[in-house]
Design a protein around this ligand. Structure first.
Ligand SMILES: Cc1cc2nc3c(=O)[nH]c(=O)nc-3n(C[C@H](O)[C@H](O)[C@H](O)COP(=O)(O)OP(=O)(O)OC[C@H]3O[C@@H](n4cnc5c(N)ncnc54)[C@H](O)[C@@H]3O)c2cc1C
Length: 386
């Protein structure tokens, strides 16, 4: 139904084939148990898909961002969920762009072959939320170490990762100092840290996302865990956000396609009052509108990818792609559950699971409101609202 000159068609076909080994029943069982899709992540790693964006010199495939987007979209389009492992694709970029040659050659080959997992990204904190500059976790230098204290929340996949990208304050905030100054990025080896100042506590959520809160209590990490220069961490994290937003948008497009396809099939099969429910415009129109909005969002994702791959910094397009794609998948989820009627709420159709899963993207990794603020302020030159 959706082959509109799709780019990276060979990659898409190969990923779709792999995903056929992980049908709805697989994801449903994990959802029920709130369990991590270990076998799925291993299969993706073995096939090299999680290393798609790592340069060849470090053992990856050296593919462009659009290939990463195609991989993630196909996972979601198959009814699966890449949330268990997508972070590796974009957090790796922080290390790649700002890490030293030694850090890159130490870690990237292991990440590429799957022997090291870089899935955890510790930015959000309970008290600061979206206001990243107000974060309170500190990492102060003491001899050959940094000593980390504080708390992160929503650190997804921390229990299934060997390494964490951590944003912490290295210079105390003083009057007149810009809030986002004095923050630094670290690559924390969690294998050594757990039980020695790092504690992870899982958070149960409305969908199966392996998210956690993480506590740092005098955790000592070697000084060479610092990525790039001290005090430039906020800028380093920002520099990866366009890629992250575009990749998440691609997942939303995949969700929307899966949901629309399910709705169309069911609308054609389900007979009520002696005719297929899909004959009624009340059923057709919401699905048709969701389809149109998905296609429009897909164009924005492609435009953002095109600009990104030209070496530009497509902040507006990456944000709009994420906004429109998250809206499209949310709308498709609503249309799909409505089309299924009561059966939409039954676990066995996977519709209610996808409905819950795709709802997340209105809030994370950046909420819709904050994207609108970005567009208002940075694209339309309206006054800053916060
Ligand atoms: C399942 C899940 C996984 C996540 N994974 C990670 C992860 O791996 N790593 C990580 O660092 N973070 C992660 N996050 C955190 C996520 O990025 C944040 O939840 C998100 O950025 C919103 O922050 P908040 O929850 O603190 O909301 P808040 O900042 O408290 O905001 C609450 C609401 O107020 C709105 N709001 C706030 N300020 C304004 C304003 N000025 N104007 C208009 N509206 C405003 C927000 O849009 C939001 O709707 C995850 C979150 C979830 C739920």
């Amino acid at each position: 139904m959706f082959d509109h000159n799709a780019d990276h068609s060979e990659i898409r076909e190969a990923v779709a084939k792999l995903c056929r080994n992980f049908p709805g029943s697989y994801w449903r069982q994990l959802d029920r148990d709130m369990a991590y899709p270990t076998e799925f992540v291993q299969a993706l790693t073995k096939a090299g898909w999680l290393a798609a964006l790592i340069p060849e010199e470090y053992g990856g495939a050296g593919l462009p961002l659009s290939a990463g987007a195609a991989i993630l979209e196909e996972i979601h389009r198959s009814g699966g969920n890449a949330g268990a492992c997508h972070a590796q694709m974009y957090t790796m970029g922080t290390l790649l762009r700002h890490g030293s040659e030694e850090q890159k050659s130490t870690y990237l080959p292991g990440i590429a072959d799957g022997s090291l997992r870089l899935q955890a990204f510790g930015v959000t904190e309970p008290t600061s939320g979206t206001d990243t500059g107000a974060l309170k976790t500190t990492a102060f230098r003491e001899g050959d170490d940094y000593v980390v204290n504080g708390q992160k929340i929503w650190t997804s996949r921390a229990e299934h990762s060997d390494l964490m990208i951590l944003l912490a304050r290295t210079t105390p905030l003083e009057e007149g100092m810009k809030q986002t100054a004095g923050l630094s990025v670290f690559l924390v080896d969690m294998r050594a840290a757990i039980g020695n100042g790092l504690t992870i506590r899982p958070i149960r959520t409305m969908m199966n996302h392996a998210t956690t809160e993480v506590f740092f209590d005098d955790l000592r990490i070697p000084a060479d865990s610092l990525i790039g220069e001290e005090g430039k961490g906020f800028r380093y994290i920002l520099s990866g956000m366009n890629a992250e937003r575009i990749l998440i948008a691609a997942e939303c497009i995949g969700d929307a396609k899966w949901l629309i396809e399910k709705a169309v099939d069911y609308a054609g099969e389900r007979t009520v009052f002696g005719r297929a429910i899909g004959q009624n415009q009340g059923i057709q129109f919401p699905i048709a509108r969701a389809y149109a909005n998905m296609r429009a969002a897909e164009l924005m994702v492609r435009d953002a990818l095109r600009l990104y791959e030209m070496g530009e910094n497509p902040g507006a397009e990456a944000n709009m792609a994420k906004l429109l794609a998250a809206d499209a998948s949310n709308e498709a989820a609503n249309a799909c559950i409505q089309t299924f009627g009561g059966f939409g709420f039954a676990e066995e159709y996977d519709v209610e699971r996808k409905f819950r899963e795709t709802r997340l993207y209105q809030v994370a990794p950046i909420s819709t409101n904050l994207i609108l603020s970005y567009l208002a302020q940075h694209v339309l030159d309206l006054p800053r609202s916060y």
